[in-house]
Unconditional design. Structure first.
Length: 123
């Protein structure tokens, strides 16, 4: 009973992976053939070339490693957010207000492009 369950589960996963790869390959091919020839007079690609482009882009941009634990806080993952949260909770109300003031001071003096001279009045 358990052996059949696992075989069925593995087959379902393989079918879903094959479907996803197939759909993503066709989407890549379609987008390429829609945009590149019209915009850049580039070549039209086949399904397998589109899939190859997808693999190449993945290798160049991010590789195939697992990114577990990385979240919206960049390469530090949620660990840095958790550290800041713990530090914040350990601060007294006075320390928190002082930190808020330092952030406001540092960001408030900058112009839209980050230069301090743009926001400071000239004498």
């Amino acid at each position: 009973m358990k052996r059949g369950f696992w075989i069925a589960k593995i087959l379902k996963v393989l079918v879903v992976v094959a479907l996803v790869v197939g759909v993503v390959g066709f989407v890549t091919m379609g987008l390429w053939n829609w945009l590149v020839p019209a915009l850049f007079s580039g070549p039209v690609v086949t399904y397998w070339q589109g899939l190859g482009l997808l693999v190449l882009a993945r290798l160049l941009v991010g590789g195939f490693r697992h990114h577990g634990g990385r979240g919206r806080f960049g390469p530090w993952g949620h660990h840095m957010g958790q550290q800041w949260r713990e530090r914040w909770e350990q601060m007294t109300p006075e320390e928190r207000e002082q930190l808020r003031g330092r952030f406001r001071e540092g960001w408030g003096r900058r112009g839209s492009c980050g230069d301090r001279e743009a926001a400071e009045p000239k004498a």
